[in-house]
Design a protein around this ligand. Sequence first.
Ligand code: ZN
Length: 311
Amino acid sequence: MDTHEVYTHSGKLGTGLFVIPLVGIPAALALALIYAYIDVYSPIAGVISILFVIGFAVALGMTLRVVGAFAKVRSAPFMTAAGILCGLVGLYAAWAGFEAALLSKAAKAGEETPGFLELLAAPGAVWELAKLINHHGWYSIKSATPTGGVLWVMWAIEAAIVVVGVAIMAPSGVVDEVFCERCDRWAALAGGPARLGLPEDDATIETLALGGPEAVDALEALPSVGEAAVRLEVELRRCDACAETATYQVKLARQTVDDKGNVGTERKDLTPKYLAPPDAFSRLAALAGRPPTSAPPAGEAPPEDAGDAGA
Ligand SMILES: [Zn+2]
């Protein structure tokens, strides 16, 4: 059967080998220092420090996400490795900053204490101070001061949040994108997605999943449904410069309502990103502009079996 080629990243690193260390490591040091001082000087201690840790991980992870896209890195594994590296640097720097902040806060007026950079360059001292702080504890929740094993476990959880969190976020600006190797630039989303009703039979779903001209025919045959509770979406991406690198991807979109009544949309990829030849692309782009067909009323969930077919 005739099918379209699946888009995959070339694996090229762009300027990532220079830009990631040049921006990522200073960012890790600066964010770690800010995080450490907020943590130590926060009037509320204990559980809230988990929120500070998450804030630190998100700030560093999002910085790497932006830097990776800027450096035109077309390799998710490289960005994951960069995330682990910068996460570890950030974690160690946070320890140096934490100890520098704690020492200066406890110091009497006029007393000199080692600064952030001094501790950063002395891993042995950072380790000895960590053991000392662990022995005595440094904050209390309801008059209990965590020390020893309990505190080590809390610190291990915080360390995992930073390193794992940053490693997950760092490639997020790269994985879902399409890169035009010819023009050396990222492709952009081409308009909103086409919203289509679910096919009635499994055979059509299989045809869609395989991609190719038959999949385009099958998509065109489906009704347009607008914001239906369960629908197919066809996401299009195209290089704005040459318009030749173009992809389409079919997703299953499902409206969700949480406990508080907030409405959201959950999406699942039904196909990889297929490279679209110009005629297929323009036919799919036309689908996005097609007004909703009146047949199945928008907003009403299709029969259950149709929903299960895509799950
Ligand atoms: Zn291009």
